[in-house]
Design a protein around this ligand. Structure first.
Ligand code: SF4
Length: 368
């Protein structure tokens, strides 16, 4: 084995990676373009989301907003509707806000410098480097989940990869490895090798093109690296979602800026900590009144869903309800609308909100 990170080690590494990538590169839609706008969209969507999930969203998004200007001129509701189901909606809102800013302040042209890119909402060091290397072929190193794992193993890094010291080491390693030319392709090859060969569990070292350059393999440490902080256990909670119907229309409200799905629309939803049916009903009445001002009469449970959001495992109990009093309590509340089941498809909803909307469309008997 050649000594780690010497000039000859780097030369061999780059040559092997290039030849492996020429045979094994993934054909991804955002790799067929050098348009910085489209690369930016793909990178934002790929944050914390798998490639196969992102592909259809990316294609729909680029069809609806083929240019940065189209995105800047769209409404937030249109953007969120196309983001629906992808999760982490803050990404979509920030992408939209950044497009408006670029259109207004920079003549609609995405900057080609790291400093300027990182001034835009939602663009951190990795995203800026990805745009610069993939779109402009600038010699910018990258570091994301796949490259963190790959580089940590190559260097047999035994410290927690999330610490600032390890991050500094890995960024510096990535910087040390990049070639001066064709950096975008090199970075994509690093990501593909991490994703396809140097996988989190049971890396395929036997077919890895750089196996004889890898310190973790040499030291028999591939199963122990990367070292990661243990994940938090999910907290179990219960919530109620309330389907309130009046004159064949359902009540939805727009989530406020500090809520989980800020900007999206949702059925009234609240935390439940009571178990007795009468206490649950009372919590629902109070919760709906606080959110919307309406006083309701809760009815039967129509469905129970389970889902995970950040550190919570949520059991979502969905109840039918009717309006109990025509008087509405006044107060400062988020906007609300009464919508027919068939029209909910045109409103951006949370994933569980959408499941309930589909349930309502399929069960017209729930309308009162
Ligand atoms: S030899 Fe194994 S652990 Fe090392 S880079 Fe290749 S796949 Fe990853």
């Amino acid at each position: 084995m050649q000594p780690f990170l010497t000039a000859s080690w780097k030369q061999t590494f780059r040559r092997r990676l290039k030849s492996w990538y020429a045979r094994q590169a993934r054909d991804l839609p955002w790799r067929r373009t050098h348009d910085p706008y489209r690369i930016w969209v793909s990178e934002i969507m790929l944050q914390q989301t798998q490639v196969k999930t992102v592909i259809p969203y990316y294609e729909r998004f680029c069809k609806a907003f083929p240019t940065l200007r189209d995105l800047a001129e769209a409404s937030e509701a249109e953007v969120l509707q196309l983001w629906e189901g992808l999760g982490y909606y803050r990404r979509g809102r920030q992408l939209h806000a950044a497009a408006i800013q670029v259109q207004a302040d920079l003549g609609g042209v995405l900057p080609n410098s790291r400093k300027e890119l990182q001034r835009l909402p939602g663009i951190g060091r990795y995203t800026a480097a990805a745009i610069l290397s993939f779109a402009f072929d600038q010699a910018e190193p990258i570091l994301e989940a796949n490259t963190i794992r790959l580089l940590a193993r190559l260097a047999a890094l035994r410290s927690d990869v999330s610490t600032s010291h390890s991050q500094k080491t890995l960024w510096s390693l990535s910087e040390n490895l990049i070639p001066r030319k064709h950096t975008g392709q090199f970075n994509q090859a690093l990501m593909d090798l991490g994703s396809l060969v140097c996988t989190p569990k049971s890396p395929s070292c036997e077919v890895c093109p750089v196996a004889d350059l890898c310190l973790a393999r040499q030291k028999n440490l591939t199963a122990d690296i990367p070292v990661m902080r243990s994940r938090q256990t999910l907290e179990k909670i219960r919530e109620a979602l309330v389907v309130i119907c009046r004159k064949q229309r359902f009540l939805i409200r727009q989530c406020g800026p500090n809520e989980r799905w800020s900007g999206l629309w949702d059925f009234p939803r609240m935390r439940l900590d009571q178990k007795k049916p009468s206490a649950v009903a009372a919590q629902i009445v109070d919760g709906v009144r606080d959110l919307t001002g309406y006083t309701v009469a809760p009815g039967n449970r129509i469905k129970t869903l389970t889902h995970g959001v950040t550190r919570y495992h949520i059991t979502l109990e969905c109840y039918a309800a009717t309006i109990a009093s025509s008087r509405r309590k006044q107060g400062d509340r988020t906007p609300h609308r009464w919508v027919r089941a068939g029209d909910l498809s045109g409103v951006p909803l949370s994933v569980t909100g959408r499941k309930i909307a589909r349930h309502l469309a399929a069960h017209p008997g729930l309308e009162t």
